[in-house]
Ligand binder design. Structure first.
Ligand SMILES: Nc1ncnc2c1ncn2[C@@H]1O[C@H](COP(=O)(O)OP(=O)(O)OP(=O)(O)O)[C@@H](O)[C@H]1O
Ligand SMILES: [Mg+2]
Length: 410
């Protein structure tokens, strides 16, 4: 840009008088400010001392949000929140001369970050539209929740089939026995009736036969029906997936969570090893988080440990301990399994990394576990030696107050 010079110095050279060079410099600044304002990609509105619209830039005019007319108030408290808050902010900024920021404002069907920059005659309101970012964030959170739920479903499916197997076997035996007993009853009762006719009434299980004559087939029926009921409950359980609350602010007793995870995984772990033990520290501070989520991580680790054992002579030890130096509660699952190849160690928590494709592994267990532990501000660490085994540790920060004031099952 060139400022035009229209005066001459006494020696014939062009020279600016102080007032014209001031004019030129002002024009230059104005042109610069105009370009900066009009072509700024951030939507901006200039308001006067009373917060009434003076002008808006190109980006603002291109926005979806409806524009208040020139001379109308930019933020109208009559339209309720958030405009009341923004109007107060605008007035405060103009009165104090201090820039003020509002983040994540939900306004006129959009999300905005609003910055109000005052100048002597009014203020510039910068209205950054963050709707797309907010929507992407919400979608990512939704997907993450779905992944967690999907992982839970897979895990629950495994657990339920283990438990169902354990319950089904004795229950099936009951159903078969009840059916056989019923058949036997049908054959036995006419014989017993004849005995009573010939020899008179007699005792069965400390009661007179005549009394239990009608009851006996009913008792057998009750056993059969109860076993059928257990069978349908087990079937329901297979289709059932718990969906817990999503709070991360519970006070969690990690030993109790470990017990719950071990109970759930007991059939699977016992199937993998004859040497399973649990070593809990008696003095363990509570942590803050979501017990069900932490349980989900331990379940994943126990599942991986069980899958890694080459034979039932290899041990799994699950335990808890307090790391005073780091002020962390540590939950460990150690196994004497095949170990993890050093080349894989860095990748095992990547989504979809699995060496068990053929056995139905999804490679999501550890990636979801890691994100759960990190949402608790903790760490999920692994150390492993091929052929010797693996130690997986969940490290969680203790609830403030440390170990001293948390004893006694508080
Ligand atoms: N204790 C362990 N011993 C040996 N390898 C392990 C152990 N834990 C994890 N791994 C390795 O890490 C990989 C990823 O584990 P992750 O739990 O994420 O998925 P997965 O067990 O393969 O499948 P999924 O858990 O989804 O069924 C496993 O495939 C395995 O190679
Ligand atoms: Mg797994």
């Amino acid at each position: 840009m060139h400022a035009k010079r229209n005066t001459s110095s006494p020696n014939g050279n062009a020279a600016a008088s102080p007032s014209t060079s001031l004019d030129a410099s002002l024009r230059e600044k104005e042109a610069f400010n105009f370009a900066l304002f009009q072509h700024n990609p951030l939507p901006m509105v200039v308001v006067d001392h009373d917060g009434h619209v003076l002008k808006s830039n190109l980006a603002r005019r291109a926005q979806q949000m409806p524009l208040p007319a020139l001379g109308a108030p930019l933020f109208d408290p009559q339209r309720g929140e958030p405009e009341t808050m923004l109007d107060i902010g605008l007035r405060k900024a103009i009165a104090s001369g201090d820039v003020c920021h509002f983040t994540d404002v939900s306004w006129a069907k959009t999300w905005c970050n609003v910055t109000i920059a005052p100048f002597p005659q009014g203020a510039v309101a910068i209205l950054e539209d963050i709707t797309a970012r907010k929507q992407a964030q919400a979608q990512a959170e939704h997907q993450q929740k779905q992944l967690i739920q999907a992982d839970k479903m897979v895990m629950l499916g495994n657990l339920v089939s283990g438990v169902a197997h354990e319950v089904s076997n004795p229950n099936n035996a009951m159903i078969l026995s009840a059916t056989a007993l019923k058949r036997m009853c049908n054959d036995l009762l006419p014989i017993l009736d004849r005995v009573r006719e010939q020899e008179g009434d007699f005792d069965v299980g400390m009661r007179a036969y005549s009394e239990i004559r009608e009851e006996l087939p009913e008792l057998v029926d009750v056993v059969g029906k109860a076993a059928q009921r257990i069978k349908s409950l087990v079937d329901d359980l297979k289709a059932y997936a718990r969906k817990g609350p999503e709070t991360l602010s519970e006070t969690v007793d990690v030993n109790a969570v470990l017990d719950a995870a071990v109970n759930l995984m007991n059939p699977i772990v016992r199937n993998a090893t004859r040497r399973f033990s649990v070593e809990k520290s008696a003095e363990l501070p509570r942590v803050v988080g979501n017990a069900q989520r932490i349980e989900q991580v331990i379940v994943n680790l126990l599942s991986n440990a069980s899958q890694a054992l080459p034979n039932p002579q290899c041990a799994i030890v699950a335990g808890t301990r307090w790391d005073a130096d780091a002020a962390q509660v540590v939950i460990e699952v150690r196994d004497e399994g095949r170990g993890i190849d050093p080349a894989h160690l860095e990748r095992i928590t990547d989504p979809f990394f699995t060496t068990r494709q053929d056995d139905g592994g999804t490679g999501l267990g550890l990636s979801i576990s890691k994100s759960i532990v990190e949402s608790h501000k903790g760490q999920l660490l692994f150390s492993s030696e091929v052929g010797k085994g693996t130690v997986a540790s969940i490290r969680l920060p203790a609830r403030t107050g440390g170990i001293a004031n948390q004893r006694g099952g508080q």
